[in-house]
Design a protein around this ligand. Structure first.
Ligand code: PEP
Ligand code: MN
Length: 343
């Protein structure tokens, strides 16, 4: 942390600030510039410090954080990319980009049985489908719960697919571990710290989605919660953030991909379905996400989107996911990565 003193800070103000830094157990390293004095706060005490406690002091212009507030999730802590192993044959964060696809929500056996071979054919390795749905309205379909998980597991197994599904509450974790390969934390739960802490004790990968109003730093701090608990197997997911733009459901922040790649070693995938909310926009943004360096995609696909219980308008049709997969293959190759569209 660096404290930048105001141009006309008095020697007494500088002295007072230095004393208060030292009183906190840090050492103050002073550097006198031509116009301003800068004080480096260097600490051996490994605890979080609220920069405001220095900011409010007399004669201080600005406090700048130097070391990142997240440690385990940071590139400084680990320079090599994290590869999240889903099974002994499948990993996220390697050269190959990974497609996760399936319905917004599990509706019945026939639905997941129809969608599983479709996404498999397109080259998906992981089937998505919610059994617990965080719906904005309490009157909307809330998901099938454990019965739904049984259905998606069976449909995915029949086609050699892994399963990702959302966990909404700590009480669901243990039961869900019997059915899923990856536990998804939805945007609305990104800062459910008790849930994140419990997921730190889990020994399965976590797909952590960015909150609708979360900064990249807040996303990485949410990942830090899980990592601090001992689970380092985290896949981040950019799914759009809420802005003043109304022509799309959210605004897809593609720059978050290279930003996260520079700040963290964790893999990141993109969900263009919830980011745009509109079927016609999903493929262009999926292509852009791969071009920008995403490690994979999370895409909603439905065999009968017009009859879907949830998010039909943003779900791709079977033919559309196949066409997109072929395009992804070409884009991945162009940037030195791989995606095999054919199952
Ligand atoms: C989902 O992926 O099913 C979902 C609800 O997405 P989000 O949490 O990003 O809104
Ligand atoms: Mn959805």
């Amino acid at each position: 942390m660096m404290v930048v003193m105001a141009p006309h800070a008095t020697p007494e103000e500088i002295d007072n600030l230095t004393k208060s830094i030292e009183a906190q157990g840090f050492s103050a390293h002073r550097s006198d510039g031509k116009e301003q004095t800068v004080i480096g706060v260097v600490g051996i005490v490994e605890r979080d410090v609220d920069p405001r406690q220095f900011e409010v002091q007399k004669g201080v212009a600005q406090v700048v954080r130097i070391s990142s507030p997240f440690k385990l999730a940071s590139r400084q802590f680990q320079t090599a990319d994290t590869v999240v192993a889903i099974s002994d044959r499948l990993a996220v964060g390697e050269r190959e980009v990974v497609l996760m696809a399936g319905p917004c929500t599990i509706e019945n056996a026939a639905q997941v049985e129809a969608i599983a071979p479709t996404v498999k054919k397109a080259g998906a390795k992981i089937m998505r489908g919610g059994a617990f749905k965080p719906r904005t309205s309490p009157y909307s379909f809330q998901g099938m719960g454990e019965e739904g998980l049984k259905l998606i597991r069976r449909a995915a197994d029949a086609h050699g697919l892994a399963v990702v599904s959302e966990v909404m509450d700590r009480s669901q974790i243990e039961m869900m571990l019997n059915y899923v390969d990856i536990l998804q934390v939805g945007a609305r739960n990104m800062q459910n710290f008790d849930l994140l802490k419990d997921l730190g004790k889990v020994r399965k990968p976590i797909l952590l989605k960015r909150g609708i109003a979360a900064t990249v730093q807040e996303l990485l701090l949410a990942a830090e919660y899980i990592m601090a608990g001992g689970n380092r197997q985290i896949i981040l997911c950019e799914r759009g953030i809420r802005t003043y733009e109304t022509s799309t459901r959210n605004t897809l922040d593609l720059s978050a991909i290279p930003v996260i790649k520079s700040q963290s070693h964790l893999p990141i995938v993109v969900d263009p379905s919830h980011a745009t909310g509109i079927r016609a926009l999903v493929a262009p943004m999926a292509r852009a996400a791969i071009a920008a360096g995403a490690d994979g995609l999370l895409i909603e696909v439905h065999n009968q989107p017009e009859r879907a219980l949830c998010d039909g308008a943003q779900s791709l049709l079977p033919a559309q996911i196949e066409e997109l997969a072929t395009q992804i293959s070409g884009i991945a190759r162009a940037i030195g990565r791989e995606f095999s569209a054919a199952a």
